[in-house]
Design a protein around this ligand. Structure first.
Ligand code: NCD
Length: 342
């Protein structure tokens, strides 16, 4: 794809070459993310972060990624803080905000809304999650993490991944499933209550690309022999009836004992976060916090690199970053070189 000026709305846009290119740019962002160097390549540029659904890491990491490239960030959070609550259309909001910004990252509860917004925008728009549909930047950082954790240098093959939890409403697993389709011979084990199964169109897509897919509602069977387990939260905000969400919370849990009993040693543990740590849910137990295979905070760190790469590519400065480099004068923690014990 031609990255410069493109909207990033869906994983469907990406080829394997695009992903490889993006990951090379993400690798080059590492000195800036760990504050060994700073760059002002986007000095003067403005990102508008429009987050009409709750978010911690996606919103803040998009913002930090832009700041780390030297750009400025404007935030709008919650529909009630925006004129959308006064009846303004997405079209009008897009026309207005795109006049104030160089690029926009947007999250909205309705599937397809970010695309609708992008059609009216005069600047690139990145989908930061549209309802249950897609979350492309999360899938890209997830794949980037899988490759780093499994020490795969280059396109991945023969991955065995278990996706666990609310696969019906989880936009991260929808996008990650589509993204993994670009590679070969992946074995997917989809673990969910039957009512929260992966949408059939995605399962069909995986099979049509030659991947093996098994679906189960047994966590133990699902964990057997995988390289990576990707846990998800029950997406309670997508249920009309909260009592229904309560039925599924806590159905699939990973803790130290279950990991030791059912997972191969070194199985990588991932979760897009937030994990629901309330007692009735607790799909990923704190007793795994010290486990070396728990990749969740490396995943969030990698999100900054991948989002920096998305900005550098869509704004056409990926090859100019090094021309605007300075030393960092302030104290910088060695967070990337020597990560503290979890
Ligand atoms: C996810 C999301 O918003 O889809 N979070 C995130 O962006 N890292 C997953 C979730 O909310 O469960």
């Amino acid at each position: 794809m031609q990255f410069t000026g493109a909207h990033i709305l869906s994983i469907d846009q990406f080829s394997q070459d695009d992903v490889e290119h993006l990951f090379q740019v993400a690798d080059a962002m590492e000195p800036f993310a760990r504050r060994a160097l700073r760059t002002r390549v986007l000095d003067g540029a403005i990102l508008s972060n429009l987050f009409f659904e709750p978010s911690t890491r996606t919103r803040v990491s998009f913002g930090c990624a832009f700041n780390l490239l030297g750009g400025h960030v404007r935030e709008t959070t919650e529909i009630k803080a925006s004129s959308i609550s006064k009846g303004e259309s997405l079209y009008d909001t897009a026309r207005v905000i795109s006049g104030y910004s160089d690029i926009i990252a947007m999250r909205h509860p309705v599937a397809g809304s970010v695309e609708e917004f992008a059609r009216a925008s005069r600047v690139p728009v990145i989908n930061a999650g549209d309802g249950p549909a897609e979350h492309p930047s999360q899938a890209l950082l997830d794949l980037y993490t899988i490759r780093k954790e499994l020490r795969i240098d280059g396109p991945l093959e023969k991955l065995r991944i278990a996706m666990v939890g609310d696969l019906k409403h989880g936009r991260t697993v929808h996008s990650l499933g589509k993204l993994l389709c670009l590679y070969r011979n992946i074995h997917f084990t989809l673990v969910s209550p039957r009512e929260l199964a992966m949408p059939a169109y995605i399962v069909d897509l995986l099979r049509s690309k030659g991947h093996t897919v098994s679906e189960t509602d047994s966590m133990e069977a699902g964990l057997h022999n995988c390289d990576t387990v990707y846990l998800t939260r029950i997406q309670e905000e997508r249920f009309v009836n909260q009592a229904e969400a309560d039925l599924y919370r806590g159905r699939f849990r990973l803790n130290q004992a279950i990991y030791t009993q059912h997972c191969k040693p070194n199985t990588v543990i991932m979760h897009p976060l937030p994990r629901d740590s309330r007692a009735e849910a607790n799909e990923l137990d704190n007793d795994l916090n010290q486990h070396p295979s728990l990749a969740i905070f490396r995943q969030t760190d990698n999100g900054v690199l991948v989002r920096m790469a998305l900005f550098a590519l869509t704004l056409g400065v990926a090859d100019q970053v090094a021309r605007h480099v300075e030393e960092v004068p302030w104290y910088t923690a060695k967070r990337f070189r020597n990560p503290p014990p979890l």
